[in-house]
Ligand binder design. Structure first.
Ligand SMILES: [Zn+2]
Length: 192
């Protein structure tokens, strides 16, 4: 146990058991500070972290992309315990709009397991809020904190472990690449 901030301990971000490498400790501290800020803005509900720092091997096994902010201890997945995740997220988005918090990406999964993903501003995504609207494959919709976008009616299956939009884009690119290679071999072998 090693407390980083009032409500967060470093072990909470080590769900896979791997300690956060020293080069990412700065990110970890910034992430815990961001979560403290979000926790307060969201009404003080405890945030139960289910994924924080994710070593590359673990990230690959859950289908995460090479660009996932979990790889650098810059993102956390969690449940605001006792709160409605959508309402909780709305409060964070509203605070971002008035400059009271600044994050990279906030993602909420209202039609699935209800988890929230929050990451540090990495200069690429800034106050970018999205809603997971489908699981199989992952599909997302931009969200401004207003009415929820409708659930994707196609292929909504089991909940998935990881949900960054960058990750879903990367995995669909990989699928496309695999299909293209398969097609090439089929053509070369005279199969098509
Ligand atoms: Zn995540």
């Amino acid at each position: 146990m090693s407390a980083i901030t009032e409500h967060f301990d470093s072990t909470e971000f080590e769900q896979g058991g791997a300690p956060v490498p020293s080069q990412y400790l700065g990110n970890l501290y910034a992430l815990a500070a961001l979560l403290e800020q979000a926790r307060a803005i969201g009404g003080g509900y405890p945030l139960r972290i289910t994924s924080g720092y994710r070593p590359a091997a673990d990230n690959a096994s859950v289908g995460g992309a090479a660009t996932s902010q979990h790889l650098t201890a810059s993102a956390a997945d969690f449940y605001p315990v006792g709160a409605d995740a959508v309402e909780w997220s709305r409060a964070i988005i509203a605070a971002a709009a008035t400059g009271d918090i600044r994050f990279g990406q906030l993602e909420v999964d209202p039609y699935g397991d209800g988890h929230v993903h929050l990451s540090l501003d990495n200069g690429v995504a800034i106050n970018n809020a999205i809603v997971l609207v489908g699981h199989d494959p992952n599909t997302y919709a931009d969200w401004n904190g207003g009415d929820l976008p409708p659930k994707d009616s196609g292929g909504f299956g089991d909940a998935v472990a990881e949900t960054d939009s960058a990750e879903s884009t990367a995995s669909s690119n990989s699928v496309t690449a695999i299909i293209s290679i398969a097609l090439l071999f089929a053509i070369l072998e005279g199969g098509i």
